[in-house]
Design a protein around this ligand. Structure first.
Ligand code: PLP
Length: 478
């Protein structure tokens, strides 16, 4: 494998944070352990080029001999490879590809905040046999998406008070794909993209993969501090903003209705287009209130809205959509030609049917998810002293504040106790070692057991006896 993007020494030093351990270990061992944690939690993917030893030593305020010794350790562990003239880069030995645990494996997956398929999916599959039989007479390509599905989606926006022409919709292979398409259309290397901190990790990866620079603005316990967002928009005039204003992943927060017009005004002033990710909008667990108007209702063309079937119906459908102006839709379709040529017709027919038939199942799912949230909250309160969280009114996870900044170490230790979990720093541009996301779309017994295991893992971390295991698996996040 050859090195991909080369990391600057400053960036690696930022990612490493406070890497010097308190104990008697040598600096080289601490540095190697720090890099190892970054590899295991996915922040240093295989192929990432490392900075030159001299630059890294300088950025870390460490000796070059010590950095050299740390790299030798990492090479001996198979985590780093070097070649004369090409420098060093991350390699992940053995079974490095993240896979879901095989059935029967004693591993509870808290890394993905994603429920199973909605009840009635099997019956819907039977019903789409007939329309599918009609479809297979044609060529099957639909770059913008099947008209019947786009009509359904447009009607849903209209019902929320946002009149929408079906031609303003592009069906995509999930909301993540939708975001990648928008980035491809609107952002390039060096462009700034404003994000909430914390935010959805795969969006950060997509921004970085474009060569753009994520600019974090913190969310507080109370949510969006509009003064901070306005200042960031004014001072940095980012090309794009990526915002999850409805049941934000990972915090579950929802932006109040009265804040939305103010956000729209700030976007207009700075000429920033906001990508408003509404992936979790249907996961409204007990607000009992009508949804606030979409940001697009105030921001017009300055807001491109993303939707998804993944959390309402099923992630395996791999279907989402973009709502944008007619002009933007044309540009998006042109951008799509260089990426893919449309989404699966069978999945689109299935989702069209599900959108028509699954209101009752969706209501039942909300009740079940609210129960999972409450079970998880009770288990955390009982078994994880010092952990705090705000009970979210929607979304799929608790965003927990830990008693010590050790989220990455805990995530790695948890793997040895049979829990896979994504550490806080995956959700931000920097920091967040004091935070951990715990999703609740799992059966109550699994949630309770996961928390018991996390508590056992936490004991080893707080006491300093945790092992950084030999598993070189990175954690996939949803
Ligand atoms: C905020 C947010 N956006 C996008 C996605 C990806 O959604 P999809 O499965 O539709 O690609 C997720 C999935 O967890 C998410 O939470």
């Amino acid at each position: 494998m050859w090195p991909r993007e080369r990391l600057s020494a400053r960036r690696l030093a930022t990612l490493l944070g406070d890497w010097r351990g308190p104990g008697a270990r040598s600096g080289a061992a601490d540095l190697a352990a720090g890099v190892r944690l970054l590899v295991l939690d996915g922040r240093l993917p295989a192929g990432t080029g490392l900075p030159a030893e001299r630059e890294l030593a300088e950025a870390l305020g460490a000796s070059r001999t010590m950095v050299g010794a740390a790299l030798r350790r990492l090479r001996a562990d198979g985590l780093v490879a070097s070649r004369q003239g090409s420098g060093s880069w991350i390699t992940i030995p053995g079974a490095a590809i993240p896979v879901d645990p095989p059935p029967g494996a004693d591993l509870i997956d808290l890394a993905r905040a994603a429920p199973g398929a909605i009840a009635g999916t099997g019956a819907a599959l039977e019903r789409v046999r007939a329309p599918m039989a009609d479809m297979i007479r044609g060529h099957g390509y639909s770059e913008q998406g099947l008209p019947v599905l786009r009509e359904q989606i447009a009607e849903r926006y209209a019902a929320r008070g946002l009149p929408t022409d079906p031609d303003q919709i592009v069906v995509t292979s999930g909301a993540h794909h939708a975001f990648v398409l928008v980035l491809r259309m609107l952002a390039g290397p060096g462009d700034r993209v404003l994000v909430e901190q914390p935010t959805y990790p795969n969006a950060l990866d997509a921004i970085r993969a474009t060569g753009a620079i994520p600019m974090p603005v913190p969310l507080t316990d109370e949510g969006w501090q509009l003064d901070d967002f306005e200042a960031a928009l004014r001072q940095t005039a980012p090309r794009l903003a990526y915002l999850i204003v409805d049941f934000h992943n990972p915090t579950g927060l929802r932006m109040p209705a009265e804040t939305r017009p103010r956000l729209a005004t700030a976007l207009r002033r700075s000429r920033t287009t906001a990508v408003i990710d509404e992936t979790l909008i249907e996961v409204d667990l007990d607000s009992g209130e009508p949804a606030p108007p979409s940001v697009a209702a105030f921001a017009g063309d300055r807001a491109i809205t993303l939707g998804s079937a993944s959390k309402s119906h099923w992630g395996g459908l791999r279907l989402g959509w973009i709502r944008a102006s007619h002009d933007q839709v044309h540009q998006l379709l042109a951008a799509r030609n260089g990426l893919d040529l449309g989404s699966s017709v069978l999945d689109q027919l299935l989702l069209t049917d599900l959108l028509r038939t699954s209101d009752a199942a969706l209501a039942a799912r909300r009740v079940e998810l609210a129960r999972g949230r409450d079970v998880l909250a009770a288990a955390v309160t009982e078994h994880l002293p010092g952990w705090t969280f705000r009970l979210p009114r929607g979304g799929l996870s608790l965003w927990c504040r830990l008693p010590a900044p050790a989220s990455t170490r805990l995530a790695v230790a948890a793997r040895n106790f049979g829990v896979r979990v994504a550490p806080g720093p995956r959700f931000g541009v920097h920091g967040l070692e004091r935070w951990m996301r715990l999703p609740y779309p799992l059966p109550p017994d699994d949630l309770r057991e996961a928390v018991r295991r996390l508590a056992a893992a936490a004991q080893t971390v707080w006491s300093g006896s945790a092992e950084v295991g030999e598993s070189a698996e990175t954690v996939p996040v949803a």
